[in-house]
Design a protein around this ligand. Structure first.
Ligand code: THU
Length: 125
């Protein structure tokens, strides 16, 4: 699975986004160590704080299926760049402190960061 392929899957996943308030359709494609790919989209709510981001949707799907080891996550917003919010960075760090995070304007212009670059000194209890 290449980064470009994973990004393409994230763009596809964003088609299921429920984002009537922001109109920002986010998709995530999370590659697990066993090769499975879990997708997610953002799901907004009339009570804005109840909104869930695409990254947490994808990782929650994986965790709830018993999968806890991950390699990479690709994220897109309205087909282009979208980096994870602070809550998602901390959420993902819990399970994957070496996660690769991929995003960009399109599949040929992707940037990749390590989660530790995007979340310095992530919290551990
Ligand atoms: N959003 C995500 O899905 N992931 C992020 O990491 C940042 C924000 C969503 C939440 C909301 O539905 C929309 O983008 C605008 O904030």
């Amino acid at each position: 699975m290449t980064d470009a392929e994973l990004f393409r899957i994230s763009v596809e996943a964003a088609k299921n986004a429920y984002a009537p308030y922001s109109n920002f359709h986010v998709g995530a494609a999370l590659l697990a160590k066993d090769g499975r790919v879990f997708t997610g989209c953002n799901i907004e709510n009339s009570s804005f704080g109840a909104t869930i981001c695409a990254e947490r949707t994808a990782m929650s799907k994986a965790i709830s299926e018993g999968c806890r080891e991950f390699v990479s996550i690709a994220i897109s917003g309205n087909g282009g760049t979208s980096w994870p919010c602070g809550i998602c960075r901390q959420f993902m760090f819990e399970f994957a402190d070496d996660l690769r995070i991929i995003s960009g304007e399109n599949e040929n212009e992707l940037k990749v960061y390590d989660i530790k670059e995007l979340l310095l000194e992530g919290f551990r209890l």
